[in-house]
Design a protein around this ligand. Structure first.
Ligand SMILES: *Cc1c(COP(=O)(O)O)cnc(C)c1O
Length: 841
């Protein structure tokens, strides 16, 4: 569809797009900035809103990206390259401005240009609010992946939803979490471009009708539906210094302009117009559940809305170039499903190929199963998505029919392979029978995909041997591992400028796009002058973090102390509780006078709890109550501090990771699929205290046992212990844990709030405690003592810190994406013509 469709008499020609290259020097950038500020945004010297300085700068950078964006699209079209679509209900992008400046190579020029106008870049940039369109690790992974795909010049497009309200804002009142809506676009979003012309129509409800087509074949159509429009908004994703700009396309739900005629004729015009709101609710808000399903109809609507709009968009482009010939579609297109959230795509691609493009079942199925790839993100049973068949029947009746047909054919394959094994057929069925039959979305994703991957070695192994064992036996070649990574642009070069400059001085800047290059740091760990410089940088970053903690929590963090940090979603499996029990233990030691050779320690905890997750919210309250007691006690002065930082998000992590000494990665083994916070900390020279879980295992392999504080049961030991787990006996036999439990149970941390921690206490003492907090407590305390001792020997600690950074190369998302491309997507990189090579003056 041409944007000029409405212009019947005009003949727009190429001169319309013939533009000189935009200035990339500080004076030219400042000129553009002034024009946008004064004219486009209409500000004058009376303007008191700093926000517009940010807006003007964003437009300056957006222009430079737009210039390259078009060339990237042209190059990808010309190369007729295969394309991959990253389908995700979450993209936790954070702020865009700093990343755009870094990847365009404009940071210094912008800083100088603004300084010339009397403006401080840091202050200008601080006006941007985070794009918080994700819960945590899964959504942030999608954002890191987009950065790596653009940096590797792979033709990958992100597809997601443009939520009006992102992740809620977290306030702490009287120690309790309070949620506030995050209307992140209230003041506009300068980075996106609406693409009205690519609007799609999405169907819901209605029923299926069968008919004979011109060739006498029986075909289905979905009729009497209630339709919603999907309007795309594109955000540019710049690669690092390579002129590539990829696209993140987010869909907004909009009402059609059709009215319910019956209501309209009954004289309820306003009611009829007001109905439009319902359609727009679909992209109103992000569900704030991390690692658990919510089972709400609106959530299923969101999932289908994303799948249907994105697939229609891809097929629109395909038929535009290839007409109705789908014979090479699977060679040229791949959909990567970020968890089961978009798994309905399997059935939706089938539906569009069958019903809208007239393909036969077998060819449609062959295309689908060569096009879909699925990434699993969790083993937690509460996260396994199942949708009631009844809900599907009402909302997506045609999709349910297709799922039934997929299942029938799939189960005959199972029966042919294992004749008579009814138990296996029942276990593997896409439909879970029972009182309320359910569709198993993970199984739909596996059956419909050619690739199934976990996100760390351990996680992938547990998938093959446990949750997906039957499927692994049927299709071993489908299964593979892709250990997660994080982008070293945002998580080192951008968030830690002092360290970036030191690295560039000593080993050159190649590490920014080839992170393995950090290995060249290894010999520097033995150089005392280098260690001094490393220490000075860490102290500076700790001061920056201490200022943030003072500002946000009103707690003083002296930078000589060990900064011990755990930030991530609050969840029982992540065991923030174990961390608090350790703080209580340290507090008791201080009170008992056991402070010889004490290592001063500042413990920082942050993270959001799902609003309906009562236990996680109680843990936040406990952290805050313990913090109040500990920080108010004069005996802890200079020895121990505890703070809970509200509103954990990407832009906070950019300050937290560089200022951290000790990274807490203490989940119950077998529960954290990978973790990515662990990688950000490692890159910034923090040392991990952690269990053998997720990517911790691979971090320890890289950095060596002597540079990692290990404790806790293994995943196998956790499962082996379940049947006879006896926390009562552990507490009774460990005097330190006994004393901690005694103080907690005495009500010392809830003096005038009786009973509020009973559920927590009960969970620790329960033989059914899935997280086995008590079992790992003694080992955790010992590992913490080792960390404290290591920190007192600053030269040793600095060596460990340098080596952690030096060995973090494997955890670049560039490596992860290169592996996805090598094993799953199989695309060639496409380089756009550099600016100035064609067009322009
Ligand atoms: C990296 C990141 C996460 C994931 O942290 P984990 O420790 O791996 O759970 C969550 N939220 C934000 C804001 C992040 O930056």
């Amino acid at each position: 569809m041409s944007p000029f469709l409405d212009l019947t008499k005009s003949q727009p020609n190429e001169r319309l797009f013939d533009l000189p290259p935009l200035a990339m020097d500080s004076a030219g950038l400042a000129e553009d900035f002034k024009r946008y500020y004064a004219y486009t945004l209409g500000r004058d010297r009376d303007s008191r809103s700093a926000y517009y300085t940010y807006l003007a700068l964003a437009i300056v950078l957006r222009d430079r990206m737009a210039e390259r964006w078009k060339r990237t699209r042209q190059a990808q079209d010309q190369a007729n390259s295969k394309r991959t679509y990253y389908l995700s209900l979450e993209f936790l992008m954070g702020r865009a401005l700093g990343n755009a400046m870094l990847n365009l190579g404009l940071r210094d020029a912008v800083e100088r240009g603004l300084l010339d106008l009397g403006l401080l870049l840091e202050e200008v940039a601080d006006n941007e609010s985070d794009a918080g369109l994700g819960n945590g690790g899964l959504g942030r992974l999608a954002a890191c992946f987009l950065d790596s795909c653009a940096t590797l010049q792979l033709p990958v497009k992100g597809y997601g939803l443009r939520y009006e309200y992102g992740m809620f804002r977290q306030l702490i009142e009287n120690g309790y979490q309070v949620e506030e809506p995050d209307h992140w676009m209230r003041e506009g979003n300068p980075w996106e471009l609406e693409r009205q012309e690519y609007t799609q129509r999405i169907q819901f409800g209605g029923r299926t009708e069968f008919y004979r087509d011109g060739d006498g074949r029986t075909r289905a159509r979905w009729v009497d539906t209630q339709d919603v429009l999907a309007v795309p908004y594109d955000t540019p994703i710049p690669g690092y210094l390579n002129d590539t700009i990829n696209t993140l396309r987010l869909w907004r739900a909009a009402a059609t302009d059709e009215f319910d005629l019956r209501e309209f004729n009954a004289g309820s015009y306003p009611e009829s117009v007001a109905q439009k709101n319902n359609a727009e609710h679909i992209t109103m808000v992000l569900y704030p559940n991390d690692a658990s399903e919510c089972g709400k109809e609106l959530r299923l609507r969101q999932q289908y809305f994303l799948a249907s709009a994105s697939i229609k968009d891809v097929i629109r482009e395909w038929t535009g170039l290839n007409g109705s010939d789908f014979s090479t579609f699977a060679d040229k297109n791949c959909f990567q499903l970020n968890d089961t959230h978009p798994a309905i795509s399997v059935a939706e691609l089938m539906r569009q190929l069958l019903d809208e493009h007239g393909l036969e079942w077998d060819s449609a199925w062959s295309i689908t199963t060569r096009t879909m790839a699925y990434t699993n993100h969790t083993l937690l049973p509460e996260a396994l998505e199942r949708w009631p068949v009844r809900l599907f029947e009402n909302l997506l009746p045609r999709l349910l029919e297709i799922i039934y047909e997929i299942n029938a054919r799939f189960l005959s394959e199972v029966a042919a392979r294992w004749p008579g094994d009814l138990g296996r057929q029942q276990r593997m069925s896409l439909i879970e029978e029972g009182g309320e039959p359910q569709v198993r979305m993970a199984f739909l994703a596996i059956v419909g995909s050619f690739s199934v991957n976990g996100v760390a070695e351990l996680h992938s192994r547990l998938l093959r041997g446990g949750l997906f064992r039957d499927f692994y036996e049927l299709w071993p070649a489908k299964f593979n591992n892709k250990t997660n990574g994080v982008t070293p642009r945002r998580w080192l070069a951008q968030c830690n400028p002092a360290l970036r400059d030191l690295l560039n001085d000593e080993i050159g800047d190649g590490w920014i796009h080839r992170l393995d290059g950090l290995a060249r740091l290894v010999p520097y760990a033995e150089d005392p002058t280098f260690r001094k410089r490393w220490q000075a940088i860490k102290q500076g970053n700790k001061q920056r973090l201490a200022d943030l903690v003072q500002e946000e929590c009103g707690v003083d963090f002296p930078i000589e102390a060990l900064f011990d940090v755990q930030v991530k979603r609050i969840h029982e499996y992540k065991r923030q509780l174990l961390n608090v029990l350790h703080v209580i233990h340290l507090y008791l030691r201080i009170k008992q006078g056991d402070t010889e050779d004490w290592t001063p320690r500042c413990v920082l905890i942050g993270g959001k709890a799902a609003p309906g997750y009562t236990m996680a919210k109680s843990i936040i309250k406990l952290i805050n109550n313990v913090a109040n007691v500990v920080n108010a006690d004069p005996a802890t002065e200079g020895r121990l501090r505890l703070a809970f930082i509200p509103g954990y998000r990407v832009s906070l992590m950019e300050v937290i990771a560089p200022g951290t000494d000790l990274s807490e990665q203490i989940s119950t083994a077998g529960k954290e699929a990978s973790g990515t916070g662990n990688m950000k900390f490692m890159m910034n020279g923090a040392i991990t205290i952690g269990t053998l879980d997720g990517a911790n295992i691979e971090i320890r392999e890289q950095v060596g046992d002597e540079n990692f504080f290990l404790f806790g049961l293994t995943a196998e030991e956790v499962e082996g212990l379940r049947s006879h787990y006896d926390p009562g006996a552990i507490i009774a036999s460990d005097p330190q844990l006994r004393d901690v439990m005694h103080l907690l149970e005495s009500g010392h941390f809830n003096q005038f709030e009786p009973g509020i921690f009973d559920a927590i206490i009960h969970s620790i003492r329960s033989p059914q405690d899935p997280w086995m907090t008590a079992a790992d407590f003694p080992g955790y305390v010992r590992a913490q003592e080792q960390a404290a001792r290591a920190y007192r020997d600053q030269e040793r600690w600095l060596r460990m810190s340098i080596l952690n950074c030096a060995h973090s190369g494997r955890f670049s998302s560039d490596r992860t994406i290169a592996e996805y491309n090598r094993d799953v997507w199989r695309m060639e990189p496409v380089a756009p013509a550099p600016i100035g090579a064609f067009g322009g003056a």
